[in-house]
Design a protein. Structure first.
Length: 148
């Protein structure tokens, strides 16, 4: 389901990011292009596109690769209700305190590059939910993240 984290990767795979930012996850046109090419309707069904000329969201399962140039923004939506999701639907719990991405090899670019440990100056100054982040608690930060 997922590949092992590199040794310098401070993520503890607690799933906090994916549980908090689930509704804010948005793919790039390149992500959607790959999913269309690979016929990944299991992923595409969770996203809608807002097109250049139109206000109604279009399910990404209805898009072709040629439509991507007219997309203004993508949003994650529940395919059954059309409403916003509260947790990323691709997050998989594999142990009591361990979560993995169910679409790791083709996950959205924002998920691949997201590093919450870079954005937080101090665990004491962080919003409450980040105080629960295991990587922050044990002080594993990247060298360029400020230390207090």
């Amino acid at each position: 389901m997922s590949e092992p984290q590199p040794e310098d990767e401070p993520c503890e795979q607690c799933g906090l990011c994916c549980r908090i930012f689930g509704p804010g996850i948005a793919p790039t046109p390149a992500n959607v292009f790959i999913w269309i090419e690979q016929e990944r309707t299991d992923i595409l069904r969770w996203f809608v596109a807002f097109m250049e000329h139109g206000s109604t969201p279009v399910p990404c399962t209805d898009l072709s690769a040629g439509d991507l140039g007219n997309v203004v923004v993508f949003e994650m939506r529940d395919p059954e209700t059309g409403g916003y999701v509260t947790v990323c639907p691709f997050l998989r719990r594999v142990a009591k305190d361990k979560y993995l991405c169910g679409i790791h090899r083709v996950k959205p670019e924002m998920c691949c590059t997201y590093q919450p440990w870079v954005w937080i100056d101090s665990i004491n100054d962080a919003p409450f939910h980040w105080q629960m982040c295991k990587s922050q608690k044990i002080g594993r930060r990247l060298p360029f993240a400020s230390q207090k």
